[in-house]
Unconditional design. Structure first.
Length: 266
């Protein structure tokens, strides 16, 4: 887990992504790929190509100013990094860049009326890559890799795949807790089996089955508060973008109910 991809875009969540990506890069002794993705504007009406060209130049100027602010900060951080520019449909730019990434840092806010819809982007990325998505709130001030990690377990294959890919990160945690809300099906992977798997990687996790407090998302959030978790690991369900392009079920509710950084896999 050495390749961290950061979406660089001058929006409200950029600083939170930036700080989280720096913390992850340092903790994992990795390399930070800064993807400066500029959306291709859409012009409807007689302006045609000329209107698009004007909007592209305005976007380029804004992103150039953003780069001039961020590059000196990156040089002062002491991490390995590079800068890549892309122009086009943002989810496609992210998916293309994510092919060689282990972790992609995005935001998790759902209620912002902004064309930079990070939930949509994360859904697309998770549907098309094996990289983990670290989703942070717009107000996050970093990522505490040495803090307590909470794994929300549902026994699914996607949850197991997420845990497997997150092992290098979980190995840095001061404590790892695994919780299961209520009972899972007989065909699911038992809670104890994932704990055994982690123990063979030198990660000795506490396990607990907790009663449903009426909402799985609320139950997980309360458990995170109880254990003092600094981040949450869970398998994410996502639909194909042409069908819905939104996270479903518990994942979407968690993105709304929990302010912790979320490490998501599919």
């Amino acid at each position: 887990m050495k390749n961290i991809l950061l979406l660089v875009h001058d929006d409200a969540g950029q600083e939170a992504r930036f700080q989280a990506a720096l913390d992850l890069t340092r903790a994992l002794d990795g390399h930070l790929d800064c993807l400066d993705a500029m959306p291709m504007p859409v012009v409807v009406g007689p302006a045609g190509g000329e209107g698009v060209a004007v909007l592209v130049e305005a976007e380029r100027a804004q992103e150039a100013a953003n780069r001039s602010r961020l590059e000196p900060r990156l040089k002062a951080e002491g991490v390995s990094w590079n800068w890549v520019e892309a122009l086009g449909y943002l989810p496609t730019c992210l998916i293309d860049a994510a092919r060689t990434a282990d972790v992609i840092v995005l935001n998790r806010r759902l209620d912002r009326p902004d064309p930079t819809d990070m939930r949509y982007f994360a859904s697309n990325v998770l549907s098309h890559t094996r990289a983990l998505v670290v989703a942070v709130s717009d107000s996050a001030d970093g990522f505490d890799a040495a803090g307590t990690a909470l794994i929300a377990w549902d026994g699914s294959a996607r949850a197991m795949a997420t845990v497997q890919r997150a092992v290098p990160l979980l190995a840095l945690a001061g404590e790892v807790r695994i919780i299961q809300v209520g009972q899972i099906s007989e065909e699911a992977i038992p809670l104890e089996d994932v704990a055994t798997y982690l123990s063979r990687h030198g990660i000795h996790a506490g396990v607990a089955t907790v009663a449903d407090e009426g909402s799985i998302a609320v139950t997980i959030r309360l458990a995170a508060e109880k254990f003092g978790a600094r981040y949450l690991v869970m398998g994410a369900y996502s639909h194909h973008p042409l069908r819905e392009a939104l996270f479903g079920g518990v994942t979407r509710a968690m993105l709304s109910a929990c302010s912790l950084p979320m490490v998501l896999g599919h």
